[in-house]
Write a protein that binds this ligand. Structure first.
Ligand SMILES: *[C@@H]1O[C@H](CO)[C@@H](O)[C@H](O)[C@H]1NC(C)=O
Ligand SMILES: *[C@@H]1O[C@H](CO)[C@@H](O)[C@H](O)[C@H]1NC(C)=O
Ligand SMILES: *[C@@H]1O[C@H](CO)[C@@H](O)[C@H](O)[C@H]1NC(C)=O
Length: 298
């Protein structure tokens, strides 16, 4: 039998202890981070979907790179050749015809990424790109200035003043692209490829042993041309882009310096501005066997 006084001896200290804990907890909650304090979620125009294209990958095994996106909290979509083909039909019958005519998986995979970015929007990534920074990235939001809204298209530079041997300078990567749907740069890229595919096909048929000119046909060169045409930079801006150090906003496009998407081996990998890393499993360069190089990544 418990006497009332004994019960009180238990309850009062317990009550005091709880109060003390509550008091201490309140006192020790860390001061809120100025970045997260203004609590409305980051206003962004990029749809929260990750896209990968999987053309001519017979049995896809998730690797650490694809898993990094699956764990991002954003929806992940995988586009097979059939899915790309259906999207082409939905967007423009010329695209459907072009897609069908492209003679290799690499060319089709390039073309499909532009269609997906145009038709759906989100973040496109090659399967050998690793997510390094939690989504959404701060650069997706409005500039800290508050002078403009969030960007509709985010592109990363492949090189800076130290980079040699790129076909274009400046050159933009197309292994990672973030875009709102229906951006004019993507429409232009699709149009350029569609218009020039008959010419490239003819050239390829004339030279059976020559490799397809992937760079110009669907790759970084045509992508770069489409981006630059839209930006219509002054010569001074263009010069700055060749060795960009800080993100720059031109129109509704945010251009990120090389380290955001394109750091390479031997460079400072701890920089907080690194958003993704590209592992160059040789997709377009080694057209004949690029997929076999992907397998050891499993
Ligand atoms: C911030 O404001 C300055 C001055 O108005 C402008 O030059 C700069 O481009 C802005 N930054 C961004 C990211 O828009
Ligand atoms: C292909 O790219 C090379 C190098 O950038 C360029 O010199 C050439 O004119 C391009 N060809 C076509 C057909 O665009
Ligand atoms: C389809 O794409 C072609 C090539 O870019 C373009 O000329 C045409 O206007 C487009 N058609 C429609 C309905 O948008």
């Amino acid at each position: 039998m418990i006497r009332p006084l004994a019960l009180l001896r238990i309850i009062v200290p317990l009550y005091a202890l709880i109060l003390l804990i509550l008091y201490l907890r309140r006192d020790t909650t860390p001061p809120s981070d100025p970045e997260t304090k203004s609590s409305p979620p980051l206003e962004i125009l990029i749809p929260k979907t990750i896209h990968h294209v999987m053309i001519a990958i017979p049995k896809f095994k998730p690797n650490s790179h694809s898993i990094s996106w699956q764990q991002s909290g954003w929806k992940v979509e995988y586009w097979t050749e059939d899915a790309c083909s259906e999207l082409a039909q939905e967007l423009n019958t010329s695209y459907a015809e072009t897609f069908q005519q492209l003679p290799s998986a690499v060319l089709k995979s390039d073309f499909c990424r532009y269609m997906v970015m145009y038709g759906r929007g989100g973040v496109y990534n090659d399967l050998d790109v690793h997510l390094m920074k939690a989504l959404p990235w701060k650069v997706m939001g409005p500039p800290r200035n508050g002078s403009k809204g969030p960007p509709s298209l985010i592109v990363g530079l492949e090189g800076d003043a130290t980079t040699k041997g790129l076909p274009r300078s400046p050159q933009f990567v197309q292994w990672t692209i973030a875009s709102a749907p229906e951006h004019p740069v993507l429409l232009d890229a699709l149009g350029r490829i569609t218009e020039r595919t008959p010419e490239f096909l003819k050239k390829q048929q004339a030279d059976k042993n020559g490799d397809a000119d992937v760079m110009n046909w669907t790759g970084p060169s045509v992508w770069t041309d489409a981006v630059l045409a839209y930006l219509s930079c002054t010569d001074m801006q263009l010069e700055k882009l060749r060795d960009l150090r800080m993100a720059v906003r031109i129109k509704d496009v945010l251009i990120l310096p090389k380290r955001a998407f394109a750091v390479i081996q031997g460079e400072d990998h701890k920089n907080p501005d690194i958003l993704v890393k590209h592992y160059f499993s040789g997709m377009w360069k080694h057209e004949k066997s690029w997929w076999s190089k992907l397998l050891p990544f499993g």
